[in-house]
Design a protein around this ligand. Structure first.
Ligand SMILES: CC(C)(COP(=O)(O)OP(=O)(O)OC[C@H]1O[C@@H](n2cnc3c(N)ncnc32)[C@H](O)[C@@H]1OP(=O)(O)O)[C@@H](O)C(=O)NCCC(=O)NCCS
Length: 214
């Protein structure tokens, strides 16, 4: 399928998503869209930036584009841009790096991203537009909410649950059966031993709430 990639930051998530799609070979990115006007009409990562999503819509038929991938780190923006692409009739296939392991007994939602070396084990659910970054582990029967991010090398132990648009930092561990609420943030390297309420930021070992907002 020919794809529009939304998000054209050459030194950001877009390059990681492009790499996974090229290595996998199932889909082909033929154009980029980005909200940053400075990029419009430029070539980024060897691909043309067609404008924002509304402008790129004018080129979909000409380029044979029927799908989109949202390569934007901010969870709320990712969900908003996905809705805009769906309104244009584009489908959002999951992107799974060929060096990831995804069990046949796991579920991966539309528009989700699974990076190189990640593992998604039996019974796990990765929600739509969620991201499991390089070497992240979603252990058996754990779940990742819509739009959430599991950072590089982070581990969700068995039956743990991460809420919508939550962010689990690099190398953090969420212990078995523990829930992390919607839009909560777990700092890099933290070990989460008890429930994290929605919207809270926790850091450290064991993870404790902090009084600042990222
Ligand atoms: C927790 C986090 C979100 C806080 O970010 P922030 O609000 O910008 O916080 P700051 O960098 O201003 O740090 C505030 C304080 O918390 C401490 N702190 C920050 N992150 C910490 C962490 N992961 N563990 C322990 N302490 C941490 C800082 O040392 C600082 O302490 P101080 O006030 O005594 O100097 C961030 O540090 C983090 O861990 N992000 C994860 C990044 C990541 O893993 N990305 C994956 C890439 S895909």
């Amino acid at each position: 399928m020919k794809l529009l990639m939304v998000g054209a930051r050459a030194d950001g998530h877009a390059h990681v998503v492009l790499d996974a799609i090229v290595e996998d070979g199932t889909h082909e990115i033929v154009g980029l869209a980005d909200d940053n006007p400075a990029l419009w009409g430029q070539g980024v990562l060897g691909l043309p930036v067609l404008g924002d999503v509304a402008a790129a819509a004018q080129s979909l038929e000409r380029l044979g584009i029927t799908g989109a991938v949202i390569a934007v780190g901010d969870a709320a923006a990712r969900c908003r841009l996905a809705a805009a692409c769906r309104d244009l009739g584009l489908v959002l296939p999951p992107v799974i790096h060929p060096a990831a392991y995804v069990s046949r007994y796991a579920q991966v939602g539309e528009g989700a991203f699974i990076g190189a070396g990640a593992q998604v084990l039996p019974g796990a659910v990765v929600g739509e537009l969620a991201r499991v970054m390089a070497a992240g582990v979603v252990s058996h029967h754990a779940s990742v909410g819509r739009g959430a991010t599991i950072g590089p090398n982070a581990t969700l132990c068995g039956r743990s649950r991460v809420g919508e648009r939550a962010f689990i930092g690099a190398g953090a561990v969420v212990l078995p059966e523990i829930c992390v609420g919607n839009e909560a943030v777990v700092g890099a390297g933290a070990v989460v031993t008890k429930e994290v309420p929605s919207g809270l930021t926790v850091v450290g070992v064991p993870a404790r709430a902090v009084d600042w907002k990222p």
